[in-house]
Design a protein around this ligand. Structure first.
Ligand SMILES: Nc1ncnc2c1ncn2[C@@H]1O[C@H](COP(=O)(O)OP(=O)(O)OP(=O)(O)O)[C@@H](O)[C@H]1O
Ligand SMILES: [Mg+2]
Length: 262
């Protein structure tokens, strides 16, 4: 079973990816990825299209298990000491602890309130007061409360794109996950909505371990503590964001972050 126990391991060992190789059918897309993610850090995954960023991200809550041909070839991903691919792991519980926000905001076609409390409903909570408190808490955490508090029972799809994405973040944080995965969370948003999501991530820093895929180098610089650069399914370099952008050790990284690698 996936047990979100009280933190027991040192930060450096919170989320180690070890020799992780992955394929779709016969097509290998990740090769021996070694990455140690620290508790409560914000880590950006960067690299050219098709290098495996989403595949790695989606392996961390095993949402990629839904792809029929997808398979782990070797290696492990651990979260606080638990090998998430071991047979005893309860995948539903894992996904509750490892939330995910997608590029295309995807609120359910229900009210704002129902989206905010979705996780609690699934967990069987029916007490009205508890649900109302949880909705307010998660909408406040997602910096959306003031904009929606008078229209909680309206359709979520009537919100602006940026608001819908913040609602998706509210839905994810309502479950109090340990880890939040975000796959290009601002790619469908305009610059103002993007700035609000970045502010929100900065506000939430320290409450969750964030792993964020982005094609936006400036965004990685603004929000990430650490950055991991991937190329053709391999991790090339993982370091403090300032180092990756200011003093990369690998030539490939330098070419990518300066826009000379296509
Ligand atoms: N469901 C799938 N079935 C088969 N192959 C897939 C599937 N998803 C991804 N791939 C392949 O795996 C490789 C890595 O894809 P992935 O989506 O992880 O890359 P990415 O770095 O997220 O790219 P992008 O920046 O374009 O989103 C690519 O060669 C892609 O074609
Ligand atoms: Mg992707």
């Amino acid at each position: 079973m996936f047990v979100p126990s009280a933190p027991t391991l040192s930060d450096a060992r919170f989320l180690p990816v070890e020799k992780f190789s992955y394929a779709y059918g016969e097509h290998q897309v990740l090769y021996d990825v070694e990455l140690e993610l620290h508790r409560e850090d914000i880590t950006a995954l960067i690299g050219p299209s098709g290098c495996g960023k989403s595949t790695l991200l989606r392996s961390i809550n095993r949402i990629n298990d839904l792809v029929e041909t997808a398979r782990v070839l070797s290696g492990t991903i651990r979260i606080d000491g638990v090998d998430i691919y071991s047979p005893e792991v309860d995948v539903i519980s894992l996904r509750r602890n490892v939330g995910m926000v997608f590029q295309k905001y995807n609120p359910f076609p229900r009210s704002i309130f129902e989206n905010a409390v979705y996780g609690l409903r699934v967990a069987g909570v029916t007490d009205r007061k508890e649900l109302e408190e949880a909705a307010e808490r998660s909408l406040r955490l997602a910096a959306l409360w003031d904009e929606v508090k008078d229209r909680l029972h309206e359709q979520a799809t009537g919100l602006s794109g940026g608001q819908q994405q913040r609602l998706c973040i509210a839905r994810a944080v309502a479950l109090q996950p340990r880890v939040l995965l975000m796959d290009e969370p601002c790619a469908a948003l305009d610059p103002i909505a993007t700035a609000r999501i970045e502010d929100l991530i900065a506000q939430l820093r320290g409450q969750f371990t964030f792993i964020i895929v982005t094609h936006n180098m400036e965004q990685a610089k603004r929000i990430a503590d650490k950055t991991a650069f991937f190329y053709q399914g391999r991790l090339v370099e993982h370091d403090d964001t300032l180092e990756i952008f200011g003093n990369p050790k690998q030539k490939l990284t330098e070419r990518y972050v300066t826009g000379r690698l296509v």
